[in-house]
Design a protein around this ligand. Sequence first.
Ligand code: ATP
Ligand code: LTN
Length: 340
Amino acid sequence: MQTQPETVKKPIIFSGIQPSGTLTLGNYIGALRNFKLLEDEYDCVYCVVDLHTLTVRQDAAQLRRRCLELAALYLAVGLDPQKSLIFCQSHVSAHAELAWILNCYTYMGELSRMTQFKDKSAKHADNINAGLFTYPVLMAADILLYQADLVPVGVDQKQHVEITRDIAQRFNGIYGDVFTIPDVYIGKVGSKVMSLQEPTRKMSKSDPEETYIALLDKPEDIRRKIKRAVTDSDAEIRFDPENKPGVSNLLSIIAALTGESTAAVTANLSGKGYGELKSTATECVIETLSPIQAEYKRIMNDKAYLQSVLDQCAHEASRRANRTLDKVKRKVGCAPHGKA
Ligand code: ATP
Ligand code: LTN
């Protein structure tokens, strides 16, 4: 857990991932990997956003397990609880409290323009609940509670960071400088990893198995899924997301994992066949995921350690979050506490 002297103030990062399924290579490249890359330069707060997951019906036992698994993956990619706070959203009640207050400063009109709301309400037409609609307000509360300067996410979440900025600016406009206005951080390569089967759609953990690579997939599953990944019939290796989405997706995955540019990766493979492209992608993915999987196994075998990290970080997160929440309550006119 962080024990930073107040004098060396680094800019603050907040980000979160939903424990709504097995994490995919998309989550890793678009989000998790950047969490680690930014860890030393920023004061980082990384959350398992379990309350957000309730917007879609969940099995309680499975969700409980997934919260711990996601926290273990945070640690397995190398996040260090001595440097970053790693905790579950539902352990810090300030998130839900601030979300309520911010709901009263957010318009129905702006929420109804959110593409994730439109997508998810089409996908879950039998359960279009109020939480699905106000989802971005809880996300705004997450970010604003910690006075975050930067929010690393995949490109699909950009609109939610923008509405967070709008809500914060509106609130500050009325009450003075209460919230830091956060910027979005989107990685240069791999901010939108595409489905292996439908490469014009985002790779998503709530889609069928064969469309994504899970971070915990075995090498043989990774081999099979990449082998079956949709490409095209003209056999030329060229980076052209519009006309060759499948091939370009594999090139981007290799680029993201090797740290090379897509131009360099494409040049190395030019003139070769799709078989070679796929085997290069497979090797890069297996090489990246193997050490993460080994570390994950180790952490999951030490649940007491995992739980102690989550408990201690939640305690510190509550302390920091409540500083902002108390200020907000005072500003809006909530009843003062009596002197104890
Ligand atoms: P769901 O399918 O349940 O909506 P998801 O796979 O989109 O979930 P989230 O928990 O919503 O995952 O996202 C966690 C983080 O991963 C976010 O920052 C999101 O932008 C990023 N992310 C998700 N999918 C991708 C992807 N295919 N490419 C790049 N980044 C992604
Ligand atoms: N909405 C995000 C998850 C999320 C988040 C956040 C991301 C919830 N709160 C705060 C960044 C900052 C998603 O669906 N991926």
